[in-house]
Design a protein around this ligand. Structure first.
Ligand SMILES: [Zn+2]
Length: 363
């Protein structure tokens, strides 16, 4: 638990999921014993699992809390600010935990961890199932909505390519048609997003890119800047588990290219690569067991920024340890685009040439 103060002096307690004591799902809220004032008599802490924000009803406590894993981008932002203000020395630890989820689990007593996990699992599973059920409606919406077409065109992705690979658009109208208020609340954070189906271990996951505030003519970088202001929707959200944007792992080619973003994969597919030879991590991590054994050669083609370089080193060690041949092709620092999608948009096939050359050498 980390106490931080906003610039206006508001006090916020940032909790990790594992610190919620005996949580229970009540309606659409998670109720738990409050670890801040430490009472075990009432579940006075009430949290919205979708936004991660909550507060304590206890009159003397009235804590305002944020569960870090449920809203990592806001938690990260608050912690970064706290780090600068030197209010909190622990901010760095929690920040690195958010950057590498799963890397360092806080030890908790078993009986406290399991209810939290099962509550979360239940709504996370429900969220995934609802998105899956809405896939046809989302694809139809992408097919027929002007904004979706324009956005894809701006990123140089043909509509047919997006549709073939399962991309859809979750419009507010689709959510409004859901019969139950609980379902509408649960999917609210996905409203107005392009939704990509992901392959997770044994299940389907999703990642969604908000189109909030985007209008035709605005490039991706301008939109990103617009969304970086506080209070704006998170640019990307994922289900848990999420997975990779790919064909089912068992259908993958024996040699393939790993890219970071879903739009990078769409760009390569638009350029003529086969669906079974390009996998987008939808992030920078790859679960150790995700790639099947028959994939023998991997070209790592991540972004050229610090995160991409770090991930390239980490993943190449991981893949080599599994006995696979690995080569790397970082985005060239030539100012012609920070990722493959941007290079495709700006330069077409020429922008992807370094990747093509590396891939030819690999195969
Ligand atoms: Zn309290």
């Amino acid at each position: 638990m980390i106490t931080i103060f906003t610039r206006r002096g508001k006090r916020i307690e940032i909790l990790t999921q594992s610190e919620l004591r005996h949580p229970r799902l009540t309606g659409s809220r998670v109720r738990a014993f409050c670890p801040i004032h430490g009472s075990d008599h009432q579940r006075s802490l009430s949290i919205d699992p979708v936004s991660g924000w909550g507060h304590c009803f206890n009159a003397t406590c009235q804590a305002r809390v944020l569960v870090a894993e449920w809203n990592p981008s806001v938690a990260q932002h608050l912690l970064e600010a706290a780090k600068e203000q030197k209010h909190q020395v622990n901010a760095r630890g929690l920040l690195s935990k958010l950057a590498h989820p799963g890397a360092s689990q806080v030890p908790v007593r078993r009986e406290e961890r399991e209810p939290a996990a099962s509550i979360l699992n239940r709504w996370q599973q429900e969220e995934r199932h609802m998105l899956q059920a809405l896939e046809p409606a989302m694809q139809e919406a992408l097919k027929t909505t002007h904004q979706g077409h324009c956005y894809l065109r701006e990123r140089a992705i043909p509509l047919e390519i997006a549709l073939i690979h399962g991309v859809g658009l979750l419009t507010p109208a689709i959510i409004a048609r859901l019969p139950r208020a609980r379902q509408r609340r649960l999917l609210q954070r996905w409203s107005g997003r392009l939704v990509f189906p992901l392959q997770a271990a044994g299940t389907r996951g999703y990642i969604g890119r908000t189109l909030w505030g985007w209008c035709p003519g605005m490039d991706e970088n301008e939109h990103k800047q617009l969304l970086e202001r506080i209070g704006r929707p998170q640019r990307w959200i994922k289900t848990n588990p999420a997975g990779c944007f790919s064909v089912p792992p068992e259908q993958l080619a024996p040699q393939l290219i790993l890219v970071e973003g879903t739009f990078d994969r769409l760009a390569l597919l638009s350029a003529g690569f086969c669906a079974d030879e390009v996998v987008a991590l939808a992030g920078t991590a790859l679960p150790a067991t995700w790639l099947p054994a028959h994939v023998r050669r991997v070209l790592l083609a991540l972004d050229g920024d610090e995160g991409g370089r770090e991930a390239t080193a980490r993943l190449s060690a991981q893949l080599r340890e599994q006995g696979r041949a690995v080569s790397c092709c970082l985005i060239p620092p030539d100012g012609q685009g920070k990722d493959w999608n941007e290079r495709w948009r700006l330069l077409g096939h020429v922008g992807l040439q370094p990747l093509l050359d590396s891939y030819r050498r690999l195969t």
